[in-house]
Design a protein around this ligand. Structure first.
Ligand code: NAD
Ligand code: MN
Length: 498
């Protein structure tokens, strides 16, 4: 199926039944107020669907349903091996519906269809399966205390978890929350981005088909300041788990403090440095990776390597190689299977990126590639891959997350200087260092203040590795067994023996 042509993808699109209603207590329904918002195809600017615009009234219904499901233990009360089987069925049904999920994702947010086929849809299913598999393999603890007592340290689900997620990897970000939150026995209310609600809505029905009980998994499409805010301020929501911008992450921590001190886990933005030393084992591989690390997913990646730091002794040569690879990233129709870089998620995001390109020009950075909108005749929101050289740490394009295909290059002379430049940021999500010298690799990776450090690669990792940020890139971690801790409370039970 993955060798479908553009025409075949278009045919599949015409057959699609787009999910547009909220999912509450096991059934699809309109928003209480009857309102909808427009879901636009960023490839051509045309209306795809009108989706339920939920607000506080829908949040009330979903929280009540989620709470009732949690209280009567219809999910957490099932045996671990039963819940594991349900999660595996959920993952299997996602795999069976891979083409549909990939197409919805590509249509909704503009990413290349083959990226959605090769990464988003299978990675999301794998995340559910991986967390499901963990359910009957995690043990609690017995504390080493005196003979006269039995002391238990156990983990219990939090209760009602609200997950608020962004639009750049809508399905994968949702499953990074959903997987561990469901595995630990919570009820979940998922609020997808208003820019990309479709796959979240689709998997609600898939989860039900797999056997997730009614009320345990609810999906509320709508805007952040309405339904998102209602969830964040709700007195009966036990946890807000978020992926998105640092600005909104800071706001949601405050919502927790202003309401019920709900657990608040934030995965936020980044401005990640990619450090190339002159002794990198393969400069061409490093250059190819540097291009992919900023242009993949239109640069709409929290861990995009948006700052390229290159040792001055090889900088000119490296930039030649980089440009050769960058020219392979040509903006085109996201549904064409040969496309490597698609459309920006919407006009607002495109305008934001174009503003930063203007700022870079005004600040005196040297434009090497791109720097403008492209394919305007399509009606879609495309930006040509863009590279600036001679970027200094004072410039806004060095400091601020652009969230688009815009690379900032800065030169350095020594490893110490590279580390100082790399850490000269409010963010701390990811970083990389390319070198054949073991000592430099270890020294550099220890010194870089980031949740993930790559050595001689960018973006290595799988479900076994935690993912999250230092500093203003967030708190808490998604993925790996560590993520499960976020969705549980620790209980100490001291049993005095007679
Ligand atoms: P965003 O912060 O604008 O929105 C994220 C979500 O929050 C959306 O669902 C939005 O509707 C909701 N929201 C907005 N205002 C709200 C409010 N007042 N109350 C409650 N919810 C509200 O971010 P975005 O533009 O959707 O996503 C891009 C950002 O996400 C980038 O900064 C990127 O780095 C970050 N991101 C981080 C990670 C990570 O794992 N660290 C992964 C992907 C994306
Ligand atoms: Mn959309």
């Amino acid at each position: 199926m993955s060798d479908m042509t553009l025409a075949q993808w278009q045919y599949r699109q015409a057959q699609l039944n787009l999910p547009t209603q909220a999912f509450i207590d096991g059934s699809y329904r309109d928003a209480v107020n009857g309102a909808t918002f427009d879901c636009i195809n960023p490839a051509n600017g045309q209306l795809l669907a009108k989706v339920a615009a939920c607000d506080a009234a829908d949040a009330e219904l979903a929280v009540a349903a989620a709470r009732a499901a949690f209280n009567d233990k219809r999910w957490a009360g099932q045996s671990p091996k039963e819940r594991k089987l349900v999660m595996q069925r959920f993952a299997e049904l996602m795999r069976l519906n891979k083409v549909e999920l990939a197409l919805l994702e590509s249509l909704d947010m503009g990413k290349p269809i083959m990226d959605a086929m090769n990464y988003d849809a299978p990675a999301a299913a794998n995340c559910i399966a991986w967390n499901g598999e963990a359910i009957d393999k995690l043990y609690d603890e017995v504390a080493p205390v005196e003979e006269g007592a039995l002391a238990l340290i156990t983990r219990e689900p939090l209760g009602v978890v609200a997950a608020i997620v962004p639009w750049n990897f809508p399905l994968v970000m949702a499953c990074w929350k959903l997987g561990p939150a469901l595995a630990t026995g919570n009820s979940v209310i998922l609020k997808p981005s208003e820019k990309s609600p479709l796959t979240a809505l689709r998997i609600a029905g898939i989860a039900k088909e797999a056997g997730i009980p009614d009320g345990v998994f609810n999906v509320l499409p709508g805007f952040g300041h309405t339904v998102g805010e209602a969830l964040a301020m709700h007195m009966d929501v036990d946890c807000i788990t978020f992926t998105g911008s640092t600005k909104i992450g800071k706001h949601l921590v405050q919502c927790s403090g202003k309401s019920n001190l709900k657990r608040a886990f934030m995965e936020c933005g980044g401005k990640s440095p990619n450090i190339i030393l002159a002794d990198a084992p393969d400069l061409d591989a490093a250059a190819s990776s540097a291009a992919a690390a900023i242009f993949y997913n239109q640069g709409e990646v929290c861990t995009a390597a948006s700052r390229l730091l290159v040792q001055n002794s090889i900088k000119a040569e490296f930039i030649e190689r980089l440009l050769a690879h960058a020219r392979e990233w040509v903006s085109a129709d996201p549904q064409d299977p040969s496309t490597r870089i698609g459309a920006m998620v919407d006009g607002i995001q495109m305008e934001q990126v174009l503003r930063y390109i203007d700022i870079g020009k005004q600040e005196g950075a040297k434009l090497l590639l791109g720097g403008q909108r492209t394919l305007e005749e399509s009606g879609g929101f495309y930006i040509a891959p863009t590279i600036f050289d001679e970027v200094t740490p004072q410039m806004r394009i060095f400091r601020e997350e652009i969230f688009g295909p815009v690379l900032a290059i800065t030169g350095f002379d020594t490893l110490e200087e590279a580390i100082a430049l790399g850490n000269d940021t409010d963010y701390g999500l990811a970083a990389a260092i390319w070198t054949a010298d073991l000592n430099k690799a270890i020294k550099g990776s220890r010194a870089l203040r980031a949740g993930t450090v790559f050595v001689n690669n960018w973006d290595g990792g799988d479900m076994t590795m935690p993912f999250g940020g230092f500093k203003q890139s967030g708190n808490g971690r998604d993925k790996s067994l560590h993520a499960l801790e976020k969705y549980t409370e620790l209980k100490s039970t001291w049993i005095q023996l007679a």
